[in-house]
Write a protein that binds this ligand. Structure first.
Ligand SMILES: [Zn+2]
Length: 271
């Protein structure tokens, strides 16, 4: 009964957004959209770092990024943020973007809506308590989700950020060379690279980063955060289109007086 299930989830989302007193006719909440790359002709590539903040490795990643005028998004784990809030300050002061990777790195599958909401909002609260901005991007631990968690994330106004360049740098014993080859082979405009700045054994990641940043620069790429990639793409227009099986990619049309409510929210969030 997929239709019934979708209706139930939509009702759940609307309830969580609106609360019991909201009048009927309020806009329907959509499940969170997942992006792994964005359509753009510009030579932009986004770098993302998961599982930090980490006192040992995050500052080294920040130093390498600064050296190459590169930006990135750090998807931090709330419990690690609580452990080292000063590193969140360093990320923020370096002009980097901070995304939510959950409070306890829970796999958002087969969980109740309440449990999903608790882990996601717990992660966001930890970031804000450490002086960071309220996050609007979420990365799924282990890339796992289901209808329930995507619905809750949609209700909380998150965009799920996946990836299109998988360095697999989390694998113990992976070589620097392997990571470098993956990034340089798969790099393309609008793609999103995943790496890790925590919790341990990040030497290969750092060594690879020291090679790929200048190599991509040399190819004419600008290395950006996910937010910057989105601002330079047609994503905002896509977001305003109700989801369908095909998820059409539309060219944005100039509609200064008839901006959709979702687009308005989105533009306000990334602006
Ligand atoms: Zn992770």
């Amino acid at each position: 009964m997929p239709l019934l299930r979708a209706a139930t989830l939509a009702a759940l989302g609307a309830m969580m957004l609106a609360g019991p007193g909201k009048p009927e006719g309020s806009p329907q909440v959509l499940p969170a959209q997942t992006i792994k790359s964005v359509p753009t002709s510009k030579k932009l590539i986004a770098f993302t770092f998961d599982d930090g903040p980490n006192r040992r490795y995050t500052p080294k990643v920040l130093a390498l990024l600064a050296q190459h005028h590169a930006h990135a998004t750090f998807f931090v784990i709330g419990q690690e943020v609580v452990r080292c809030p000063d590193v969140i300050q360093s990320i923020k002061n370096a002009g980097m973007e901070i995304g939510n990777h959950g409070l306890h790195h829970r796999w958002l599958r087969k969980m109740t809506p309440g449990a999903v909401k608790e882990d996601v909002t717990g992660g966001a609260d930890a970031i804000v308590a450490a002086g960071g901005p309220k996050p609007y991007l979420y990365r799924l631990p282990a890339a796992l989700s289901d209808d329930v968690s995507r619905s809750v994330l949609g209700t909380l106004r998150y965009t799920i950020v996946s990836w299109s360049v998988d360095t697999r740098d989390w694998r113990r014993g992976i070589s620097t060379d392997r990571i470098v080859k993956t990034v340089l082979h798969d790099a393309a405009p609008g793609r999103i690279v995943i790496m890790h700045d925590g919790p341990a054994h990040r030497e290969a990641t750092l060594a690879a980063l020291a090679q790929v940043l200048p190599a991509l620069e040399g190819q004419g790429y600008r290395i950006v955060s996910v937010g910057e990639l989105l601002r330079n793409s047609e994503f905002a227009a896509q977001r305003a289109i109700p989801p369908s099986a095909a998820r059409p990619i539309a060219k944005p049309k100039p509609r200064p007086h008839s901006r959709g409510w979702l687009q308005s929210i989105w533009l306000r969030r990334i602006g």
